[in-house]
Ligand binder design. Structure first.
Ligand SMILES: *Cc1c(COP(=O)(O)O)cnc(C)c1O
Length: 402
């Protein structure tokens, strides 16, 4: 099928919740191909999902083997892959006494985290969760209420109670939002959808101290920042701060849908039999995929590669930003979750890059978000920088002429 045909079929049969432009039919490593056979360098990675690239042979093999052995059993039975995956995540988290719960998406992981915290606080009458302005936590009713962006809430009321917003990187505003009903603060170590904004180190450490003083929980949404994206297994590890629990999804299965809650000792045994469940959570197949992802990140030293290639990308982007300082203001981010911050809309740049064969993502209006796979090569980084440089030249010429 060609793009026009796919697009017509989609318009007829799919709810118009998305507005795609190109149709992708194949992926390999850092590249994807559209229905017309054009190749693109994929610096979106399904928004921090395909962290080890497309069709990684070790992942393909693990999924194939597991499909032939056992795809699904109910959680009424043990399956050996689930505790193995939980052990790997608990160990990499560094949280003492950590335990996991598996589900299927980021929103579902956060929804579970919210339930976990409410159950923990229920006998003290604590249920409020403080979340940040510009945050993003998902599209279910509770998680869109937690999200600090009005645009995702409009028209969906009545919304669940118990969510309060404060300002990101502003400890004073968190202090002011605390009440006797506060159970937890939920924060992203780096706001992805919010515009690639990293937390300040003093904010993260101050938050931990504040939560301890007040007897409330610190939760991290690691759905986008987790699984090596920032150069550490989890974003909070950049700050030397440990949350009481965190959520995962996106990169965990490299495209195989799986989400998780990882909770330290305070919350590890709060859910008991019957408190929470989901049919597809932690199937042998999903866990085999995630175990393969973790093995690849370890064996191919992808945390190191993320830091090294991230630093190269930042250097190159800074050079471009200096050249175009009349309309590019900043480069920011962690690891391979980077943003080129413009003084204008990032959409024309995203569009121009796509025409040139580089997929990147305009975010929060004026930020071009770059999320290459964690095993991206130096050559691919150089190629992307050349394309971004060219696109910026052309856009500037157009601005000058206009
Ligand atoms: C994508 C994202 C979510 C939602 O994940 P879904 O799998 O789309 O439900 C939640 N939190 C953050 C930080 C995200 O980036």
């Amino acid at each position: 099928m060609k793009t026009a045909e796919i697009s017509d079929l989609q318009k007829e049969y799919l709810m118009p919740t998305y507005a795609p432009g190109i149709a992708l039919v194949k992926g390999l490593g850092s590249s994807v191909w559209d229905a017309e056979g054009n190749e693109y360098l994929d610096f979106v990675s399904g928004i921090a999902v395909t962290n080890i690239g497309h069709s990684h042979p070790a992942l393909v093999q693990a999924v194939q083997d597991q499909v032939e052995t056992l795809v699904h059993v109910s959680n009424l039975y043990y399956n050996e892959k689930q505790p193995q995956l939980a052990q790997a995540l608990a160990e990499h988290s560094g949280l003492p006494g950590a335990k996991c719960f598996f589900c299927n998406s980021g929103a579902e992981a956060n929804e579970g985290l919210i339930k976990l915290v409410r159950l923990w606080g229920s006998d003290q009458g604590k249920y409020e969760i403080i979340t940040m302005q510009q945050s993003f936590h998902g599209r279910t009713l509770a998680t869109l209420t937690a999200t600090g962006q009005e645009k995702v809430k409009t028209g969906f009321g009545p919304l669940p109670e118990g969510f309060v917003h404060a300002n990101f990187n502003d400890l004073q505003s968190i202090k002011e939002a605390i009440t006797p009903k506060t159970a937890a603060v939920l924060v992203e170590a780096l706001q992805g959808e919010g515009g690639v904004i990293p937390a300040d180190p003093e904010f993260m450490s101050g938050l931990r101290t504040l939560c301890d003083e007040q007897g409330i929980l610190l939760l991290c949404d690691e759905v986008q920042t987790g699984m090596g994206r920032t150069g550490k297994w989890f974003g909070f590890q950049n700050y030397g701060v440990q949350p009481d629990a965190f959520s995962l999804a996106k990169g965990l299965g490299n495209g195989f849908p799986i989400g998780a809650i990882v909770a330290g000792e305070t919350l590890a045994n709060t859910f008991q039999v019957g408190h929470h469940a989901t049919t597809f959570g932690g199937t042998p197949l999903a866990c085999a995929a995630a175990l393969a992802v973790i093995k690849v990140v370890e064996e191919e030293a992808l945390l190191e590669n993320t830091l090294q290639k991230g630093a190269c990308l930042v250097d190159g982007l800074c050079e471009i930003a200096v050249k175009h300082k009349s309309w590019i203001s900043e480069v920011r981010g962690l690891g391979l979750l980077l943003g080129l911050v413009l003084d204008v809309s990032a959409l024309p740049l995203q569009k121009k890059l796509q025409e040139k064969g580089l997929l990147a993502l305009a975010t929060a209006g004026n930020v071009l978000r770059l999320l290459p796979p964690l095993n991206v090569s130096q050559e691919e980084i150089d190629q992307a920088l050349a394309l971004i440089g060219e696109a910026c030249e052309e856009l500037e010429m157009k601005q000058v002429r206009a």
